[in-house]
Design a protein around this ligand. Structure first.
Ligand SMILES: [Zn+2]
Length: 114
């Protein structure tokens, strides 16, 4: 077994029935007023850009397959582009992406003197 396969094996430790249960909880959470309020702000949790509330999707900060739960503390509104990035990037690459965003925000706040 290669190192990579080993990592995958290690990461996916959640049983299919638990994944199904968390997905059902997520569906129920989507119908709550609390979630409607989150989406109603119209801002992506990750990139901070204004997004049409209809375009915001529910994202698990810690993915269900990595043991994340469908709780208020673990779901955030995300725009499609952040959601897709998160899906396809490795966790480390995703962290780099988020760091890149916060650096951009930082440099917007403090423009470097010419
Ligand atoms: Zn975003």
């Amino acid at each position: 077994m290669s190192k990579f396969e080993n990592d995958i094996f290690f990461l996916v430790t959640v049983r299919p029935e638990e994944v199904r249960r968390e997905k059902e909880k997520a569906a129920a959470l989507r119908k709550t007023q609390w979630w409607q309020r989150q989406v109603g702000r119209g801002v992506c949790h990750y990139c901070g850009l204004p997004v049409n509330p209809k375009e915001l999707t529910m994202d698990h900060v810690v993915p269900i397959i990595r043991g994340g739960r469908s709780t208020r503390g673990n779901v955030v509104p995300a725009c499609k582009s952040c959601n897709n990035r998160k899906k396809y990037l490795l966790p480390l690459e995703w962290e780099d992406y988020l760091k890149g965003i916060s650096t951009q925000k930082e440099s917007m706040r403090q423009p470097t003197p010419q």
